[in-house]
Design a binder for this molecule. Sequence first.
Ligand SMILES: *[C@@H]1O[C@H](CO)[C@@H](O)[C@H](O)[C@H]1NC(C)=O
Length: 278
Amino acid sequence: MFAGRALAVPGRIHYGAMLACLLLSCSGLGSELKVRVRLANGRVTEETLEADSQRNLITVELTQGDGSLVTFIADFKQEVKIFRSLILGEMERGQRQYQVLCFVTQLSHNELISSESMARLRQKNPRAVRTAEEQRGVEQLSMSVGVNLSQAWQLSTHIHNMCSDASGAIYTRQADAQYWLERGVDGGTFKTLPQTWGVPALRECPSTEDLWKPCICHHSLRLEWYPCLLRYCRTPAVAAPVSKASSYKCGIRSCSKGYRFRFFVPYRQLCLWDEEDT
Ligand SMILES: *[C@@H]1O[C@H](CO)[C@@H](O)[C@H](O)[C@H]1NC(C)=O
């Protein structure tokens, strides 16, 4: 069982002894953690978490049970989160070697700890297989708007690098597009895509037989383990009167969260993984 203090935020001297641990980066600006996590199918995978406090971002990367490589960026500067999935194609079914999907949406406060706190985490027991303390369930996101790659820098400067292979498959929600438009983002950045309620012939991909017909596709992913909250400890009462007791950062709480994206594809062929019962 993973304890919150296994990854601890150093700071107080009296915590030093507990932190006989591996220092992964000495720069103070960035750090990288490798965490072994167990997937729903029982297999263990290595997840990489990187923090860059100068650019104010956190990157999480892992390979899912279905073999897709997921990269997640939390861009705190522009308050945007980006999910990229690299899905291996089924070449025997005429697909490309891999297919890239990008999903861009607003980052809320307190979804995960700050890049600065993350950069200070030190790793203990790197071989341990960890399970997140809090399982946050699955958020359903309807990604009904396409994002133009060459304009996407207006939302986050990281989209272009992350999603250049996903051209034509960068999606966001209607409410996010609206929010950004109200803040001066160019209207040409977004394109509303067909939805089942507007186009009667448009169906979910699993019930679309013709591989060259458009349909509504789903893709699921899970961030298996990430630091979602800082833990605070109180200084011992002997050191300070109760009324003045101060607290300090002494560790993190880990979370796991799933995302299920719903989006338009111009051909059933671009959504072969989505079959009945997914
Ligand atoms: C994306 O934006 C660029 C620059 O405004 C434009 O030339 C291009 O046609 C747009 N692409 C699509 C698919 O709309």
